[in-house]
Design a protein around this ligand. Structure first.
Ligand SMILES: *[C@@H]1O[C@H](CO)[C@@H](O)[C@H](O)[C@H]1NC(C)=O
Ligand SMILES: *[C@@H]1O[C@H](CO)[C@@H](O)[C@H](O)[C@H]1NC(C)=O
Ligand SMILES: *[C@@H]1O[C@H](CO)[C@@H](O)[C@H](O)[C@H]1NC(C)=O
Ligand SMILES: *[C@@H]1O[C@H](CO)[C@@H](O)[C@H](O)[C@H]1NC(C)=O
Ligand SMILES: *[C@@H]1O[C@H](CO)[C@@H](O)[C@H](O)[C@H]1NC(C)=O
Ligand SMILES: *[C@@H]1O[C@H](CO)[C@@H](O)[C@H](O)[C@H]1NC(C)=O
Ligand SMILES: *[C@@H]1O[C@H](CO)[C@@H](O)[C@H](O)[C@H]1NC(C)=O
Ligand SMILES: *[C@@H]1O[C@H](CO)[C@@H](O)[C@H](O)[C@H]1NC(C)=O
Ligand SMILES: *[C@@H]1O[C@H](CO)[C@@H](O)[C@H](O)[C@H]1NC(C)=O
Ligand SMILES: *[C@@H]1O[C@H](CO)[C@@H](O)[C@H](O)[C@H]1NC(C)=O
Length: 399
């Protein structure tokens, strides 16, 4: 055993010394049918909401008695060869506007459905003017502004919506971007950030900082070798950046990052957690949560996980999930409960155990392999092949 192997093993051993911080409390069966395609989820006032494209609606599930109250229908059921499709079918991303008791949901036809959470009905249909899907969203509660992505446009764009008037104030476009991922409002600096997984100008991914007043990109922060998907703000300008599965083939390692957004510095590099989609932060626990549904080992073996990560970058627990519907997760701000959809099992609710002593294979050994793709080709050729390769990957993997 050389010194590096020894350090890696010690590291793996140290992290597996954590007692589990979560354990399975309840399993809610799928109804009416087991979905093949779900999208984002969230929790508000003890109720869990999950976008389900296969059942063309939003699940409403009470976390007080773990029962499904209803599915809110009325979404665009665009089908590709008879099946729900992530590109054409709604519902997609969603966000709660707490002070308005509303849920904004991106739909497959480019519109936003506004759901009243007091009646669980669609009360407005906001047209963005785009025909391709409206996807992920976030909310600025101070100015009551919603940002929603239109990632499948020829030039990916976001629409800026005034939640008071439910009208579109304008668009910001991202020339050169392949797609867009999670927008996130930073409560520390009151700005919106948009995750750009890949563009002609940023081959490792980037973050765009928006100026909502001038409808422009104020600043773009390059992200090193990540192909970032989901992002979530924690305390004091800490941003969790969930990197994508393609990171391993493109750059030769699997990791996610925590960035201090006030300086642009990567403050934590979390080895072994990649292939992410939705990520979250809970102020009740102070932890980040990553749906690493396409997480891969260095040899390419998929190990889908949800990772619970402390703000110091330590993986506290990793829960085995699946590589299909478990790209979604939600955490209850009040109780810290964690909810993960798993196709073969149902909707899984985990509660805080804190003092539990159950031992599981909670740690994933850090991955360190030699980058292969970029070593021998001239830089330009690599960039070209890389873009084409990742672009293809993207269209296959993207949810
Ligand atoms: C968590 O769920 C388990 C299983 O239902 C239960 O025994 C335990 O009391 C719960 N713990 C808390 C803190 O709610
Ligand atoms: C539908 O199926 C045909 C034939 O297999 C295929 O060529 C086409 O790409 C499919 N369309 C979509 C939108 O998946
Ligand atoms: C959520 O809780 C707040 C505070 O208790 C309450 O005012 C509001 O009506 C609740 N909204 C929903 C949709 O339950
Ligand atoms: C919602 O708006 C879209 C885009 O303007 C429109 O195509 C669609 O028919 C509307 N849906 C409903 C249910 O009104
Ligand atoms: C945003 O772009 C769409 C598609 O080009 C267009 O229909 C819409 O009018 C634009 N919205 C605003 C407010 O400029
Ligand atoms: C949003 O709409 C409300 C109501 O029409 C209006 O008072 C407010 O000025 C608008 N905000 C922005 C930023 O346009
Ligand atoms: C946003 O744009 C407006 C109008 O151009 C400008 O006055 C303002 O300083 C900008 N804000 C930031 C934070 O850059
Ligand atoms: C993160 O760690 C990996 C090894 O696991 C390394 O290859 C990569 O360069 C690091 N990234 C950053 C931004 O430090
Ligand atoms: C990949 O690595 C893991 C962990 O070392 C091992 O268990 C698995 O068998 C390997 N898979 C292949 C296909 O080599
Ligand atoms: C990181 O945070 C966890 C949870 O708070 C704590 O148990 C652990 O000791 C911390 N690790 C380091 C290296 O500070």
């Amino acid at each position: 055993m050389n010194i590096l192997q020894f350090l890696l093993l010690s590291c793996a051993f140290a992290s597996s010394a954590f007692a589990n911080v979560y354990s399975l409390e309840s399993t809610i069966p799928w109804a009416p049918t087991t979905p093949a395609l779900v999208d984002q989820s969230t929790i508000f006032n003890g109720t869990y909401y999950l976008s389900d494209r296969s059942n063309a609606g939003v699940h409403v599930i009470s976390l007080s008695d773990y029962t499904q109250r209803m599915i809110i229908g009325g979404f665009h059921t665009g089908l590709a060869n008879g099946s729900a499709s992530s590109e054409l079918s709604g519902p997609n991303g969603l966000v709660v506007l707490p002070n308005r008791n509303e849920l904004y949901v991106g739909d497959g036809d480019g519109s936003i459905k506004v759901i009243s959470l007091l009646t669980n009905t669609i009360v407005a249909n906001i047209s963005t003017g785009f025909q391709t899907r409206a996807d992920e969203l976030d909310y600025d509660p101070m100015n009551q502004i919603v940002v929603v992505t239109n990632p499948s446009e020829h030039i990916p764009s976001v629409s800026i919506i005034n939640a008071t008037s439910r009208s579109v104030l304008g668009n910001i476009s991202f020339p050169g971007a392949f797609t867009l991922e999670q927008p996130a409002f930073n409560p520390s600096d009151l700005k919106f950030y948009v995750s750009i997984p890949l563009s002609n100008f940023y081959l490792g991914g980037a973050l765009a900082v928006l100026n909502i007043t001038s409808l422009t990109v104020a600043n773009t922060i390059p992200i090193p070798e990540c192909l970032n998907a989901g992002i979530a703000f924690g305390a004091r300008n800490q941003l969790f950046l969930g990197c994508s599965a393609t990171q391993l083939s493109a750059f030769g390692f699997a990791a996610s990052y925590v960035m201090d957004i006030s300086t642009g510095t990567i403050v934590h590099n979390i080895s072994g957690i990649s292939g992410n989609d939705q990520v979250a932060y809970s102020s009740s626990t102070g932890w980040f949560y990553a749906a690493a549904f396409q997480n891969v080992l260095a040899n390419g073996t998929e190990i889908p996980r949800v990772a619970v990560i402390a703000s110091n970058g330590t993986v506290l627990q990793s829960i085995a999930t699946d590589n299909s519907v478990a790209h979604s997760l939600a955490v209850d701000e009040q109780t810290g409960k964690l909810v993960i959809p798993v196709k073969a099992r149902g909707i899984l609710v985990y509660n805080r155990t804190g003092t539990a002593t159950i031992t599981v294979s909670s740690s994933i050994s850090p991955i360190s392999v030699t980058p292969t793709a970029k070593s021998d080709a001239p830089k330009q050729l690599f960039n070209l092949l890389f873009l084409v390769g990742v672009g293809l990957f993207w269209s296959v993997l993207w949810l």
